[in-house]
Design a protein around this ligand. Structure first.
Ligand SMILES: [Zn+2]
Length: 266
């Protein structure tokens, strides 16, 4: 990870939270023989809000002590529309509140919901994911899921569609890799460079190792997992839904004239 001369990471100086890998064309171009593993270098999102604002304890509002990078796990894996990315976060500690087992010092991480919620909206809107206990999905994926669910597509077909998009990306990378390898192979043969030619030919073994199962390298969320996160998202907005519904004008009111006994009173 690049570090600039002062306290900001290099990517922050460049105006982005993201550390991005090179595009496949440039990655393959500079390698001889090309290494397929390098095509799967992930995007990384660095979430260090304390560099911009003071982070206060959500419970007692004391300024939190900065503890360093989160190391267990080092990064959180997040599923996106056609690949995955990682989020790296920081740990904070409140010396006033009690943590686990009533020990002094409650620990937070920069991606905790309660920390993000207390940040200025302009910054918190940059956080790109909805997290579960161990992983998460991107907000882009959640937004697409909402649109699809509203249009009648269920979680099952949505998960299959997602799998297809991940497969497609994987196939595209494999195609780029194979075409580059063939090109380099041809180049070495034309130049009579036997060492390079053999190195390119031997990279067949690497292909089998890195592309063992098409499209299965990245973990794609299951139907159950997507449903769980969608429900979590809806439940987190339930108050707003109720408020909105209660403020709607009663332009159409359905009345039940059957005079059935309410099930609640039984
Ligand atoms: Zn506290």
């Amino acid at each position: 990870m690049g570090q600039s001369t002062h306290r900001f990471p290099k990517c922050y100086d460049n105006g982005t939270f993201w550390i991005l890998p090179n595009d496949p064309f440039f990655t393959l171009r500079k390698q001889s023989p090309p290494d397929p593993a390098s095509l799967f270098n992930p995007r990384v999102f660095l979430w260090l809000p304390h560099l911009h604002y003071k982070i206060r304890c959500p419970e007692c509002s004391t300024k939190l002590r900065i503890k360093g990078w989160l190391d267990s796990p080092i990064a959180r894996k997040v599923a996106d529309l056609e690949d995955t990315f990682y989020i790296m976060s920081y740990r904070y500690k409140c010396m006033k509140c009690k943590g686990r087992n009533n020990n002094p010092g409650k620990t937070y991480t920069s991606h905790d919901e309660c920390i993000i919620k207390n940040l200025p909206k302009c910054l918190s809107e940059e956080f790109p994911a909805i997290l579960s206990h161990r992983s998460g999905i991107s907000r882009r994926l959640l937004n697409l899921m909402r649109s699809c669910f509203h249009s009648g597509m269920g979680p099952g077909p949505f998960a299959r569609m997602l799998r297809e998009h991940h497969d497609l990306r994987h196939d595209r990378l494999e195609l780029q890799y194979l075409l580059t390898r063939r090109e380099k192979n041809q180049e070495a043969r034309n130049q009579g460079d036997i060492t390079r030619y053999l190195a390119a030919r031997n990279s067949d073994d690497v292909v089998n190792a890195v592309f063992p199962n098409k499209g299965r390298l990245d973990s794609v969320p299951t139907t159950k997992y997507l449903t769980k996160l969608y429900n979590k998202f809806v439940e987190s907005h339930i108050e707003k839904h109720y408020h909105h519904t209660s403020t709607l004008p009663a332009t159409i009111v359905n009345v039940d004239h059957s005079h059935k006994v309410s099930s609640i009173t039984l």
